[in-house]
Design a protein. Sequence first.
Length: 87
Amino acid sequence: MIPIILILQKFIDNIIVLSILSALFWGVIHSLQFTFWGIATFPLFFFMTMAYKYWDKISMGHAILVVMVIHAINNSTAMLLAAILES
């Protein structure tokens, strides 16, 4: 995610536009496997990009950690729901 953000921020100063484009990029990549997955991940990647940009002002280490935690919570929730629905 970070390389895409670094490339986009060279051309875009607005954090909202940057977050939308980052989320759009990752949503398209995720939709290559399953269309709905790309649509469903758009808000998550928007939120993670916003969080990354906010925490990156404090430190890149904090920014990476925050995004990793958000991503882990999201994946854990999906796995838990899948386990519940499967049983």
